[in-house]
Design a protein around this ligand. Structure first.
Ligand SMILES: Nc1ncnc2c1ncn2[C@@H]1O[C@H](COP(=O)(O)OP(=O)(O)OP(=O)(O)O)[C@@H](O)[C@H]1O
Length: 585
């Protein structure tokens, strides 16, 4: 609503008050809003900068233009139109043109999205650039259908502010709703940390695919509007210049939010209009300014540089305007009944080995983690502890042997399905979704295992309460002190309702008070939920205080397992691990 009102007011002003030139500018602004919001749906939520959305605009423009072109100009404009197209081309309404274009754009987005969604970061960005180039070359090469690089004319003009407004409003609503959905939140989590997202039950590829197709259809619709606004265009109108313009709008406002997309578009449209007037030389307050070639592009470039220098997340930052104006009411925790994990829960490591090129990081390691007990995993630096945790959670599949989690071989299922099979984990180097709130961090995990109709936020709040962080729910995760960040990772893993929880150095970097609090929390978790804990730690005092059973690794091999007392007295352990420490002391 916060974004809709200014758009509605502008459209009314354009239709009723503004002079024709400004009314056209307002209409163009509404078209650009639709295009940039389409781009934001993909780039903002996935964090992957897209060069491809102008390509979808081109496809939308040409598809609709072909369907709606005036029949009288069809024979002169496209004399060599293939027979299969001649039957449907020309004379259709704008609505039919738009729907047809959405189908075409949607199909192309699906086809290209299947390989693209497997890519992240700069690889995906480059792939979208490739997409733009492919679309451009195809349009130029398909002269029978598109008139090649020549101007496509005869497209009925009929896009005024009142026609562009509904599209812009729908685009903003779709983007805003998508951002808050389970899929939108999951994708924003993956934007922050892809590995942590997979490990918390997010199918990152699928979420990228959904955002790509949705954003493509929205941007494609903007292409339709632009075609019917201009009436005549060629492939170069949808190439690098338009891409640069759309990107500057999104980046200036802030790629993370829909507010940023709309605000950035407004600023660039105004700025470009002013600079264009000055470019050819002008008289300002009696001073005659010279003609400056390229002033518009240089001006836009400089403004983006200045904003990025001061505000990395753009003018509108990371939170939507309405989220700032109307903070959400506090969420009440909904605790799941204290049902102990089924006694049948089992986690067994069977002959696991892992090689990295020539290096043997793990060799033939076998042991079981028992439900309701705390198992410690210790060993000197480089012993293979983190590799083992990664192998158990499916992040790094074993080269030999297997890990059976409640009867399922974790290497045989996708990583994001491991949590739903009963396993949560934390990471040695904290992997939070830093720019999401504390509650959002945990909700991502709760969503992954929620039953239909269940309130994931309430379940997430319950997990936060277990680690004593319920009062920090609205804080960005990045603003938390170190110890709290570690506890947040535990809460996030707990929200997966695991039967086993793997904690990779949970006390690293904590002071003694924080460590004591952590031990209390872990004991509580074990007592309340009968979860089996596997804890990797260098802090041997913590291990001896907390664990019921200890497994010792050295140079990738398991050299001992037993009770804390037995481990303390084990000569092989003293030799390999404790002895070295004493010697050093
Ligand atoms: N992705 C990788 N590529 C190559 N070598 C790796 C990789 N991951 C781990 N290793 C190597 O495997 C061995 C075991 O590493 P790992 O991190 O599992 O040990 P660790 O017991 O967790 O050590 P620390 O206590 O220092 O964290 C080390 O020699 C490490 O260099």
């Amino acid at each position: 609503m916060t974004l809709a009102l200014p758009l509605i007011a502008l459209a009314i002003a354009a239709e009723l008050i503004l002079p024709p030139a400004l009314a056209r500018l307002a209409t163009l602004f509404l078209i650009y809003v639709t295009a940039v919001v389409g781009m934001q749906i993909y780039s903002g939520n996935s964090g992957i900068i897209s060069f491809g959305h102008a390509g979808f605009m081109a496809l939308g423009a040409y598809a609709s233009a072909l369907l709606t072109i005036q029949p009288a100009v069809l024979p002169t404009s496209l004399p060599a139109l293939p027979v299969w197209l001649a039957g449907i081309a020309g004379g259709q309404s704008l609505l039919v043109g738009t729907l047809g274009a959405m189908v075409v754009v949607g199909l192309v987005a699906v086809l290209f999205g299947i390989p693209l969604s497997r890519l992240g970061g700069s690889a995906a960005s480059i792939a979208t650039l490739g997409f733009l180039v492919i679309v451009h070359v195809t349009l130029v090469a398909s002269a029978d259908i598109t008139r090649g690089s020549q101007t496509f004319f005869g497209v009925p003009r009929g896009v005024s502010a009142f026609v562009a407004l509904p599209a812009a409003l729908i685009a903003v609503a779709v983007a805003r709703i998508y951002r808050g959905t389970k899929g939108g939140l999951a994708l924003r989590a993956a934007r922050e940390d892809e590995i942590a997202a997979w490990a918390n039950g997010v199918n990152v590829s699928r979420q990228r695919f959904v955002a790509w197709v949705l954003g493509a259809i929205v941007s494609g619709t903007a292409g339709v509007l632009l075609a019917h606004f201009l009436g005549a265009f060629s492939p170069k109108d949808f190439h690098f210049n338009l891409t640069f313009l759309l990107m500057s709008m999104l980046i200036l406002g802030g790629v993370s939010t829909v507010s940023g997309a709309v605000g950035g578009t407004a600023l660039i449209v105004v700025m470009v209009d002013l600079l264009r007037r000055l470019e050819g030389g002008a008289e300002v307050f009696g001073v005659t300014l010279p003609e400056v070639f390229g002033l518009t592009d240089i001006g836009v470039g400089l403004v983006i540089l200045a904003v990025m220098y001061r505000l990395r997340d753009g003018l509108f930052g990371l939170r939507e305007v309405d989220e700032r104006l109307f903070p959400e009411p506090a969420v009440t925790a909904a605790f799941a009944p204290k049902t102990p994990a089924p006694k049948a829960a089992s986690l067994s490591v069977q002959g696991v080995g892992r090689r990295f090129a020539g290096l043997v990081a793990l060799e033939d390691v076998s042991f079981a983690v028992r439900p309701g007990l705390v198992t410690g995993l210790i060993g000197p630096n480089g012993a293979g502890k983190s590799t083992l945790i990664n192998a158990i959670s499916g992040v790094v599949p074993p080269s030999s042997g297997k890990v059976l989690l409640n009867g399922t071989d974790t290497a045989q299922i996708p990583v994001h399905e491991v949590p739903a099979n009963g396993l949560g984990r934390t990471f040695q180097n904290i992997r939070l979704f830093r720019n999401l709130t504390v509650l959002e961090n945990v909700t991502v995990a709760a969503d992954a295992v929620a039953c239909p109709g269940e309130d994931s936020r309430a379940a997430a709040m319950a997990a936060l309460t277990v680690v004593g962080m319920q009062d920090l729910a609205a804080r960005p995760a990045s603003s938390l002190p170190y110890g709290a960040q570690r506890r947040l990772e535990i809460a996030r893993a707990l929200a997966l309702r695991p039967s086993f929880l793997l904690l990779d150095e949970p006390a690293a970097g904590m002071n003694p008070a924080e460590t004591d609090a952590l031990i209390a929390v872990l004991r509580q978790i074990r007592a309340d939920h009968e979860i089996g804990l596997l804890v990797v730690e260098h802090d041997l005092k913590l291990i001896m205080r907390l664990c019921d059973h200890i497994v010792v690794l050295n140079k990738g091999q398991m050299i001992a397992e037993g009770t804390p007392e037995a481990i303390r007295a084990n000569p092989a352990v003293i030799e390999a691990y404790i002895g070295k420490r004493r010697a050093a002391a």
